[in-house]
Design a protein around this ligand. Structure first.
Ligand code: TYM
Length: 329
């Protein structure tokens, strides 16, 4: 039985990228592994949410986790800030994380570019906290999307550095995981780049069918193929990529053939895509509403999750303190 850890920031509703990049993998892993899934609400502080928004987002993401099929009987679901041990490990790991390597992280550089007015130290050390989240449970696998690949590489480096520094074989080196396949990147509807929470290019699990139809019908396309067997342009490839995860393979095949023969009508493609997305998200949306209404159930899930996660985390922190040299007199 392997240990699996993954998390999602509580900065907004879950979108198709989160679902197909990370969540679906969790679901396939929870039966046979010791899984920890958490809501990264410390990480969420880098964008300075108002207290009411932070609290509301945590609740919403928890309901969306559960509605997507994560089973608290099988997996440990918890809120990051309910396990303060992680902040101690984060502090300890920070001593061996170098500013140069943190500044070179792609996600940090992107944040600087997008939000030059808020380059806080929490953003710089984001990968260290993420490493702490993972190695505090000694995870082997971390189901995540492609955008987290570099963070996992850094996690391995911090784990290895700790082992070398203290001449121990203590932390395993975890890997990003997607069932032996490539990590997934779900594109947005705006023609380029990945689907994101704040890019305005996403479809959320909580969107109504009307919202989904509207968003998909507005998705960026091109002027249509001009010659037989032409390579689809990036916006069209992106729609095919989304179709690949939500639709029947024969549907995708049909539209690819229509593209190759220049007979494709993008309106038809979009209509079909919207309906296939709705088929996936509608039952999840209904469960989200039900779970949000059941506050005692949500409270019970996070209480028992926190207990189990703290048990595992406090053992690691105790042992790490001992290794580092904090010993009783
Ligand atoms: P976050 O909240 O940005 O995204 C959560 C998960 O969704 C995946 N994802 C995608 N996958 C495919 N295509 C997309 N367009 C797409 N957008 C998002 C992400 O890869 C991720 O798996 N740093 C993490 C949260 C975190 C974490 C951890 C994850 C904190 N500590 C420890 C794993 C283990 C993040 O910002 O995810």
């Amino acid at each position: 039985m392997d240990i699996v850890v993954s998390g999602i920031r509580s900065t907004g509703n879950l979108h198709l990228g989160n679902y197909y990049g990370a969540m679906k993998n969790f679901l396939r892993m929870q039966d046979e592994n010791r899984c920890f899934f958490f809501i990264a609400d410390y990480h969420a502080l880098t964008t300075h949410p108002k207290p009411m928004d932070l609290a509301g987002n945590i609740r919403q993401v928890l309901a969306e986790y559960l509605a997507s099929g994560i089973d608290p009987e099988k997996a440990t679901i918890f809120i990051q800030s309910d396990v303060p041990e992680v902040s101690e490990l984060y502090l300890l790991l920070n001593m061996n994380a170098y500013v140069g390597e943190l500044e070179r992280t792609a996600s940090f550089k992107e944040k600087i570019r997008k939000h030059p007015d808020n380059i806080n130290a929490g953003l710089l050390t984001y990968p260290v906290l993420m490493a702490a989240d993972i190695i505090i449970h000694k995870a082997k696998y971390v189901p995540v999307g492609k955008d987290q690949e570099q963070h996992l590489e850094m996690t391995r480096r911090f784990a290895r550095r700790f082992n070398m520094m203290y001449e121990v074989d203590y932390f395993p080196e975890p890997s990003a995981y997607n069932f032996g396949q490539q990590l997934v990147k779900i594109p947005g509807l705006d023609g380029s780049g990945k689907m994101g929470k704040s890019e305005g290019n996403g479809i959320f699990l909580f969107d109504t069918p009307e919202e989904i139809r509207k968003k998909v019908m507005k998705a960026v396309t091109d002027a249509g193929p001009r010659s037989l067997n032409e390579e689809p342009s990036e916006p069209i490839k992106n729609l095919f990529t989304i179709m690949e995860v939500v639709s029947d393979p024969s549907t995708l095949q049909y539209f690819k053939e229509k593209h190759a023969t220049c007979e494709i009508r993008y309106g038809d493609l979009k209509k079909q895509l919207a309906e296939d997305i709705i088929k996936v998200t509608s039952p999840i949306r209904e469960r989200i509403v039900e779970i949000l209404a059941d506050k005692p159930y949500m409270a019970k899930v996070v209480k028992s999750g926190a207990e189990r996660a703290r048990e595992s985390a406090s053992r690691t922190v105790r042992e790490v303190r001992e290794i580092i040299g904090y010993r009783p007199f």
